[in-house]
Design a protein around this ligand. Sequence first.
Ligand SMILES: Cc1ncc(COP(=O)(O)O)c(C=O)c1O
Length: 436
Amino acid sequence: MPPPNDLDAFFMPFSASRQFRKTPRLLASAEGMYYKTVDGRSILDGTAGLWCVNAGHCRPEITAAIADQLGVLDYAPNLQVAHPLAFDLANRLRAMTPPNLTQAFFTNSGSESADTAMKIARAYFHARGETERTILIGRARGYHGVNYGGISAGGIPNNKEAFGPLLPDTDHLPDTHDLTRNSFSRGQPEHGIDFADHLEVLIEKYGADRIAAVMVEPVAGSTGVLVPPVGYLERLRELCTQNGILLIFDEVITGFGRLGTPFGSDYFGVTPDIMALAKGLTSATIPMGAVMVTQEIQDAFMQGPEHLIEFFHGYTYSGHPAACAAAHATIDIYERDGLLTRATKLGQQWEDGLHALADCPHVIDIRNIGLMGAVELASIDGAPVKRAFNAFRAAFDKGVLIRTTGDTIALSPPLIIRRDEIDKLFSTLRAVLHEI
Ligand SMILES: Cc1ncc(COP(=O)(O)O)c(C=O)c1O
């Protein structure tokens, strides 16, 4: 594919686009663990695209399923009419997710799943006549996409600052990152169950009967792989149950095998009332998300005359046929190749390889869980973010795609990664850290 002549017209998302236009990094094709640049260089994908290409790139079975579906039924709405694949997929997700999560609502992205989850929580209480229960509690350093609900419940100042008044009735738990007590933890950090106790402060502040839901990522991914301390999620679950508050897990990253179990809830043994999914659902081949809820939540909506709409929410492309076909083919691969548990098999090598970077220059923390990892770097005085960005550019020049957030390098390769590719990822990173 030839490079475009003019890079000006595309208003790029979340990019340092002026820098990009000076030294473009253009990807032309992909297969398995590798991208290929427009000038023919192979780039090892250390980030599964954006935490999403869990099955590896350009799997022929997924491509064929999408093409076949588009030849049979290119589009059908799921509003008042519907198509069978969406029901089949909902049933499949019901069987895969924790047993209490039985109903699937389809979206087109993680942001839409997060906002849909929040709307379902509020509307559930509205349907039950608890109209005062509107407060949504997120967490500092939480990422729930970029729509107004998601940035309001989310905890990333840069994502909120320029966008005017946000959603009212939102508040936040503190984040769980604690370098003083937990630096260089392997897996779940030991200290920090107390961060969950802050929910009691918010319950005291607002009254339990005003809080609709608490929404957290089981592992905060986008702000640098913040692994929940031992007992933390259990404590949140306990406080939510005690106070009639819904617990929402945003599993957009932790869903579909990232931690070595099908979902983060399986890994931690903590079950939410609502689960937001996207990314790995189709291994990112076609945009798609889903929100899983309990039977009890759906039942609350099933009132009034039967000819009336029960939930005033949905998207033109909710459960798009091509996306459903992609999801089915993706889940077939996950099941056939054992990908949803593969991270468990690779976990020790991953952890050891990552933590061996502790002696490299600039490193102030290393964190890991499943096939997720983070290397936090000391910021350059007066130029936060620059050191990690330099690492990102140097790694790309050396043929490895990493992701950076603040001054943290985040890693999350496709779940098909081989052992020698793990070694290559970390040896390249070692060279990068010595170079920058
Ligand atoms: C936990 C979480 N929620 C939501 C999103 C938003 O997903 P999308 O970019 O598909 O809207 C992301 C994206 O990284 C995410 O990590």
